[in-house]
Design a protein around this ligand. Sequence first.
Ligand SMILES: *Cc1c(COP(=O)(O)O)cnc(C)c1O
Length: 392
Amino acid sequence: MNWINDELVRLTEKSLERSLSVYSLAAGHPGHLRRGESRLLNLSSNDYLGLSGHAAIVAAMSESLLSEGAGSGASRLVTGNRAPYALLEQSLAQWQGKEAALVFANGYMANTGVIGALVSRRDVVFSDRLNHASIVDGITLSRAEHVRYRHNDPDHLTFLLNKHRDARRKLIVTDAMFSMDGDHALLRELVVLKQRHGAMLMVDEAHSGGVYFARGEGLSHQLGVNEDVDVHMGTFSKSFGVYGAYVCGSRTLIRWLLNTARPLVYSTALPPAVIAGISKALELVQEEPWRRERLAALTKRFRASLCTAGFTVIDGDSPIIPLIVGDNETAVRFSSDLQDEGIAAVAIRPPTVPNGTARIRYSISALHMEQELMEAAARIRRIGLKLGVLKS
Ligand SMILES: *Cc1c(COP(=O)(O)O)cnc(C)c1O
């Protein structure tokens, strides 16, 4: 086992070793965390709508715990399927304007399960180079050929679709909002290509679900292409503030997944209390548009103040805002200086992002206050100047 130590030394030398920090909630300070003695503004959470501590969700979960117990006891196809699952799936399908929906234990399992159910050895998956790791792993597990197209490059995708025109089945898969850059997929272009080349289209709305469109339906609705998306996937762990994931599509698709998606078939159903929490969160996501509006307004202000501070910010309206620092060591240093200044914002390094593009990735929540975001931007600027990331 000595090789492990050698590899760990190598990671440490490259400023690539990761370790765990312990955080707790900062009572009375929404949007903040406590770490040891200090209170930190949380600019690294995916709780975009600020639902993770919502009293009505917590109450629904507590009630369900008391009546249904802690665990579901079996996979859904055995005896783990309870009435609230079916109700939730009906509401999800309705919300998404699809025939049917299926809940998975989390986004990682949804992606690996769905891709594995749709393609296998004789098939080809066309995947954006910046897609989430759970998509990459789903493709690997499926044993289909993995063809990566350049990020948001329909011309390159066209070239590759032509090259593989004889494949049995073709699947195009993309993040809707890319998790490390915050930019949007060119969904309209992908729809044209999937139609022209007879491919299936799967969209992962993990970060965009809850954030976009009137009732939080997501980016594919915002861009008017929902009907042409064959597989709409999203999670309950980000905007919904709970845990779990969903897949929406045709009745046929859902029937097929129920029979063949291995993470669904061979794993225990989510605890009933989680389903109760998700169901309440789905109501709030739809019925409290002020959360989306507030998030959009805060995001706009924070992006503007980083620009004014002299940073190059990728254009857009997403609450994910990366500042690319370059080398790993500076990114780690930046993050640790931010922490000293009362800000939690982690350094994202390879292999999560391409080599040489280590970054601090900020994310906004509807729980933040405008004033504290403005102060944070000023501190980020000071550290940027100190570390030479910003030239004065
Ligand atoms: C977070 C994320 C997932 C995984 O979702 P979990 O519910 O956390 O497992 C999948 N896809 C994308 C794009 C994500 O950002």
